[in-house]
Design a protein. Sequence first.
Length: 132
Amino acid sequence: MNPRVSLLIFISGVALAFFSGCYYDNQEELHPELLLNGSCDTTVVIKYSTDIQPILNNSCGANNSCHNSFSTSGIALNSYNDTRNVASNGKLWSAIVWDGNAIQMPQGSSAKINDCYQAKIRKWIDEGTPDN
């Protein structure tokens, strides 16, 4: 066999072994909610800036075309005042728990946002949607 062909077959085999090796998901990719304060402790004060806003940014597209000031949805979630208004009229909660009083969010998803996110948003709403 030609030495160049042998070398090409060897390099191809090594590349194939390298690129088809085991894939290990990391916990943060599988569960992005772990990035938000690391736990689901709702006994602490839930803060808009460190708890609610990151949930909305991660789940609702607040920083993209879904729910910003220029979106066609008409529901902006990219500022405290906008989010407070949607929470105050009940549409935020209705959308995330899918109670039939608002369009289910995330739209097109087969699942609601996780229980941890829901618990944090519910507590924040129950505490009067503070800007903290």
